[in-house]
Write a protein that binds this ligand. Structure first.
Ligand code: PPS
Length: 294
């Protein structure tokens, strides 16, 4: 088995800083064969991927929710570009053994999604999170996930996040890339803040996008099963199977807080002012309606 590289360096993939491991095996993503029924759940890291994965799996198995306990979330919904020499730890290898419709996780920016997905007409659910909470969540994740580069101090990390010098690149480019294409492609563009504020509404929207008209009782059941607390306590959704030599839980938890507005506990007034100024400049050409508090 390929030795897992901890604190993996970032290397360039068509202009995007990416974990070396992802780049080494990227040919598998480029040659992957999607089915038209496959669904992509795409996000910038830490924007609500796992939450959406669990919601989608519950919608697809609404006739028997017990089926969602069949395997951990990263096995039920494999991670397209996370590949290694070991097939058991390779998104594309797991996917190739599954029948359609497959649900696929990716953090790839839109321009790196292989053309074959668009040619096949696959649907995409994109989830975006306001950049302040996204940065805080990513910082804590990089402290605990020993595969990711060392984040350094919060202030060093925030600079890197703002400059797009983190795995999967710039938050700005990512959220804008999908926003621009959402009407031309089959992209349902969601916001973490809306999911938190009115989860029932968002679950209903996702179900409709997938072609299901679920009863109100069913929607409420899915909302209950995907609260932060339910997922934190669900061993099939909380990544508790990932060993300590990869997730250092002394540093932080995968299911950390799940809130909107935790950035207020991290940003100093100066950092906040600098960030707001930068955000204004970066989003001037495409004002996506992000909310920083609900
Ligand atoms: S990853 O590693 O990119 O797949 O991470 P991702 O799942 O995108 O993001 C993890 C953050 O989402 C929070 N989370 C939730 N919030 C609310 N409700 C539910 N059900 C839920 N599930 C996961 C998780 O706690 C991380 O956010 P932070 O702010 O760090 O707590």
């Amino acid at each position: 088995m390929e030795k897992l590289e901890t604190r993996c360096p970032l290397v360039d993939l068509n202009g995007i800083p990416m974990l070396k491991q992802v780049v080494t095996h990227f040919h598998r993503v480029e040659t992957f064969q999607p089915f038209p029924e496959d669904l992509l759940i795409s996000t910038y890291p830490k924007a609500g991927t796992t939450w959406t994965q669990e919601i989608v799996d519950l919608i697809l198995h609404h006739d028997d929710f017990e089926k969602c306990k069949r395997a951990p979330i990263h096995v039920r919904v494999p991670f397209l570009e996370m590949n290694s020499a070991d097939p058991a730890f390779s998104g594309t290898c797991l996917l190739e053994k599954m029948d359609p419709p497959r649900v696929i996780k990716t953090h790839l920016p839109l321009q790196l999604i292989p053309q074959s997905f668009w040619d096949a007409g696959c649907k995409v659910i994109y989830v975006a999170r306001n950049p302040k909470d996204n940065a805080v969540s990513y910082f804590h994740f990089d402290r605990m996930n020993l595969v990711q580069p060392d984040p350094g101090s919060w202030s060093q990390y925030l600079d890197k996040f703002m400059n797009g010098e983190v795995s999967w690149g710039s938050w700005y480019d990512h959220v804008k890339g999908y926003w621009k294409e959402r009407d031309k492609k089959k992209i349902l563009y969601l916001f973490f803040e809306d999911m938190k504020e009115d989860p029932g509404h968002e679950v209903k929207q996702i179900a409709k996008f997938l072609g299901y008209n679920l009863s109100q009782r069913m929607i409420e059941e899915i909302v209950q099963r995907t609260t932060f607390e339910s997922m934190r306590d669900n061993p099939m959704a909380n990544y508790s199977d990932v060993p300590e030599n990869i997730f250092n839980r002394q540093a932080s938890e995968f299911m950390r807080k799940g809130e909107v507005g935790d950035w207020e506990n991290h940003f100093s007034p100066e950092q906040n002012a600098t960030f707001d100024e930068h955000y204004k400049k970066m989003m001037a050409d495409l004002p996506i309606p992000f909310r920083f508090v609900i």
